[in-house]
Write a protein that binds this ligand. Structure first.
Ligand SMILES: NC(=O)C1=CN([C@@H]2O[C@H](COP(=O)(O)OP(=O)(O)OC[C@H]3O[C@@H](n4cnc5c(N)ncnc54)[C@H](OP(=O)(O)O)[C@@H]3O)[C@@H](O)[C@H]2O)C=CC1
Ligand SMILES: O=C/C=C/c1ccc(O)c(O)c1
Ligand SMILES: [Zn+2]
Ligand SMILES: [Zn+2]
Length: 360
């Protein structure tokens, strides 16, 4: 299908965009800004397919600004740098996650927690400073301010490393800031998908006991044998949930759909913490008693800072920790999005942009 025209910047790029809430994308020509003094231009080689992309293109969060070019687990090569850019050179292996700009002056930005900036611009589907809408990494090139570009450490592959730029940092951050990275502690991971499976890998790298809590019994064998989970609990099995009751110091919730929190909070020890990462379309159901009795905490966590993202990538490279991926061509992205909606991926789709998103 011939790409359609769109965009207000001076140079053209190829992309895949959603034009409605069907959950499908089609080829489109978009425009990208010229490389400014503080910008890095990147040839996109790989881009992960995060469930947030699916929530967005299906307008489940009611935020879609169509045409939406999703993609925020971007990996590629530097092709051009602005005159103020000193940290990167042409040919460098780099990545871009979910942030493309922040105000750099609010309290959060001042604290180095720009992921909580009140004026954040996301890499995709987000109004930028110049009024245009950001287009993400389902595209053959991106232009990003140098402050939001991550260096790929030596030995970290672009394809298996791309999902760490969102899934990786999103699970790493709460483990770091909520003391859920201490050897010997017991952590539960709800949802064995893109975020969930890298959460298992990071938790094991931190020396923790890990229990996967899943709606999919068929995921058990690989979770234990391949990912190294110490235990696997099927959330619909009352006996398995009862046996795990009150045993976990913390739980990372990556579920992409709504659920009743009661049975999951019961798995926490007194004063345990449930960290919410999943962003389901519908609200979660929770009763006060399930938090109050036991003095338990629920906290949200959003992506992570650029500094922590670089720290996470370096940690992952040192521990040879990468995502388990299924590489798809641009022509198969719609099938991948359909399969993702059904949980039929082990555990992250990654688009081979460099070899397959090419002009017809
Ligand atoms: N807070 C943040 O900064 C970020 C949030 N997100 C959000 O995190 C969520 C997960 O993203 P991602 O890992 O890419 O998604 P995936 O689809 O890869 O994984 C989600 C997992 O949730 C589980 N799940 C699905 N439905 C239910 C249900 N009804 N009850 C319990 N578990 C369920 C499934 O695991 P299983 O089969 O094992 O049950 C599924 O594999 C999304 O909502 C996404 O938007 C993503 C990135 C950043
Ligand atoms: O997949 C990454 C999405 C992160 C995200 C976090 C918070 C929020 O409000 C979003 O719109 C996206
Ligand atoms: Zn994401
Ligand atoms: Zn700010």
């Amino acid at each position: 299908m011939a790409p359609t025209e769109a965009g207000q910047h001076p140079r053209m790029a190829l992309a895949l965009a959603a034009h409605d809430a069907s959950g499908r994308v089609t080829p489109i020509r978009i425009s990208r800004r010229d490389t400014g003094d503080d910008d890095v231009a990147i040839q996109v080689l790989y881009c992960g397919i995060c469930h947030s992309d699916l929530h967005t293109v299906k307008n489940e969060w009611r935020t879609a600004i169509y045409p939406v070019v999703p993609g925020h687990e971007i990996a590629g090569l530097v092709t051009e740098v602005g005159k103020n850019v000193t940290k990167f050179n042409v040919g460098d292996k780099v990545g871009v996650g979910c942030m493309a700009n922040t105000c750099q002056s609010c309290e959060s930005c001042e604290e180095g927690l720009e992921n909580y900036c009140s004026k954040i611009t996301f890499t995709y589907n987000s109004r930028d400073r110049d009024g245009t809408v950001t287009s993400g990494g389902y595209s053959d090139m991106v232009v990003v301010n140098q402050s939001f570009v991550i260096r790929f450490p030596d030995g970290m592959p672009l394809d298996k490393g791309a999902p760490l730029l969102c899934a990786g940092i999103t699970v790493y951050t709460p483990m770091k800031y909520h003391g859920l990275n201490e050897p010997g502690k017991h952590i539960g991971i709800i949802g064995l998908g893109g975020l969930g499976h890298v959460a298992v890998k990071f938790a094991k790298a931190f020396g923790m006991r890990v229990t996967v809590i899943s709606t999919s019994p068929e995921k058990r064998e690989k979770a234990v044998e391949k990912l190294g989970a110490d235990a696997f609990v099927v959330s619909s099995d009352a006996n398995q949930m009862k046996a795990a009751k009150g045993t976990m110091h913390g739980i990372i919730n990556t579920a992409s759909a709504s659920m009743s929190m009661y049975p999951y909070l019961a798995l926490l020890k007194p004063q345990g913490k449930m960290i919410l990462l999943g962003l389901p379309e519908k609200p979660l159901q929770i009763s006060a008693f399930s938090l109050v009795s036991g003095g338990k905490t629920m906290a949200g966590s959003c992506m992570g800072s650029i500094r922590d993202t670089q720290e996470m990538m370096d940690f992952a490279a040192k521990h040879e920790l990468t995502a388990d991926i299924e590489v798809v061509g641009a022509e198969d992205v719609n099938d991948a999005l359909e399969r993702l909606a059904k949980g039929d991926v082990r555990y992250r789709f990654v688009i081979d942009v460099g070899n397959t998103l090419v002009a017809a």
